[in-house]
Write a protein that binds this ligand. Structure first.
Ligand SMILES: [Zn+2]
Ligand SMILES: [Zn+2]
Length: 276
C-alpha cells in the first residue's frame, strides 16, 4: 500500500485548500460575531495552544483516522456482506433513495452519540477524548483537536450500525453514504466549535449549534451534556440535553495534558507516564 508522490501532493493540496477556505470563512465571522474577542493568535494567549500545535492536529485528524480505519472498515464491509440478509437489502433497495439517506444519517448519528457518550463515561476512552476538551478558548479549529484513537472509536461507533443494517451496501445508490456523512459531519463540526454568538431560534431543536456544543465544552458542570454531533433530539431522547439562554463561563477540562504534541498523543497510551 504505497502512496505515490502524486497522491501525496494531491492530499497536501487538498488539506491546504480546505484550511484556506475554512480560515477565509470563519476568521472574519468570529471577529465580527465572536462571543469573546480571543480568536486565534490574539489575546489570552497564555492558555491557548500554539498555532503550530493546532495546525498539527488539523493535519493529523484529517489523515490519520482515515488510514487507521482502512482495515476495520474493510472487515466491517466483509462482515456486512456475510451477515445482512439479501431480502433485507432488497427491501432497502425498494425504498426511495432520499428515505434511505435519512435513515442512514439518523443511524450513524445515533452511533456517534453513543460513541461520544461512552468516551466520557468509560475512563479508558476518556483518556483519549480529554484532549478534545483541553481547549480553553473555542474557535473553528478546536474541532480538529482530537486524539486519532478517539476519532477512530467514535467513527466506528457510527459506522458499525450503518454497515450491519445494510445501509452501506455497495448495491445501493447511496453507497457513498458513509463517506458523505463523514465529510458533512466534519464540516458541521467546524461550525459548532466556532466562536460565534449566533442563536438559531427554533432551528436549535433541529440542528446542533455553537451554543449547544459550547456547553459540552464547559469546564465542569455540563461537560456530560449535549453529545450529539448534528441532531440535538438525540440528547433530548437520551436525557443529556442542556441549552439555556446564557453561555458557559469557562471552557476546558481538569484532566491534565502534556505540553508537547508527542506527549499529548502518547500519554493516553502509556498509563504509567501520565504527566501533569
Ligand atoms: Zn466530549
Ligand atoms: Zn467539541
Amino acid at each position: 500500500m504505497s502512496l505515490s508522490f502524486h497522491e501525496f501532493a494531491l492530499t497536501a493540496l487538498r488539506l491546504c485548500a480546505w484550511l484556506v477556505l475554512l480560515t477565509a470563512l470563519f476568521v472574519p465571522l468570529e471577529r465580527w460575531f465572536g462571543l469573546r474577542h480571543e480568536t486565534m493568535g490574539t489575546g489570552a494567549a497564555a492558555s491557548h495552544p500554539l498555532l503550530g500545535n493546532r495546525l498539527a492536529y488539523y493535519v493529523i485528524s484529517s489523515l490519520v483516522p482515515t488510514v487507521l480505519l482502512g482495515v476495520p472498515v474493510a472487515l466491517l464491509a466483509a462482515a456486512a456482506q456475510a451477515l445482512v440478509p439479501a431480502a433485507w437489502i432488497a427491501a432497502l433497495q425498494a425504498c426511495p433513495a432520499p428515505l434511505r439517506v435519512v435513515i442512514a444519517f439518523v443511524v450513524a448519528e445515533t452511533g456517534f452519540y453513543w460513541g461520544h457518550r461512552l468516551s466520557h463515561e468509560l475512563p479508558w476512552l476518556w483518556r483519549f477524548h480529554a484532549l478534545h476538551h483541553s481547549s480553553e478558548h473555542l474557535d473553528f479549529l478546536a474541532n480538529t483537536r482530537s486524539h486519532p484513537v478517539d476519532m477512530v472509536v467514535t467513527r466506528l461507533c457510527g459506522l458499525v450500525p450503518l454497515y450491519l443494517l445494510g445501509l452501506a451496501d455497495p448495491s445501493l445508490a447511496g453507497s457513498a453514504t458513509p463517506a458523505a456523512l463523514m465529510v458533512l459531519g466534519t464540516l458541521w463540526g467546524f461550525f459548532i466549535h466556532a466562536n460565534l454568538r449566533w442563536r438559531l431560534g427554533p432551528l436549535e431543536w433541529l440542528l446542533t449549534t455553537p451554543a449547544f456544543h459550547h456547553w459540552h465544552h464547559s469546564r465542569r458542570e455540563h461537560i456530560n451534556r449535549n453529545y450529539a454531533s448534528t441532531l440535538p433530539v438525540l440528547d433530548r431522547i437520551f436525557g443529556s440535553h442542556y441549552l439555556p439562554r446564557h453561555w458557559p463561563a469557562e471552557y476546558g477540562t481538569d484532566t491534565p495534558q502534556a505540553n508537547s504534541l508527542a506527549g499529548q498523543l502518547l500519554d493516553p497510551l502509556l498509563p504509567a507516564r501520565r504527566s501533569s
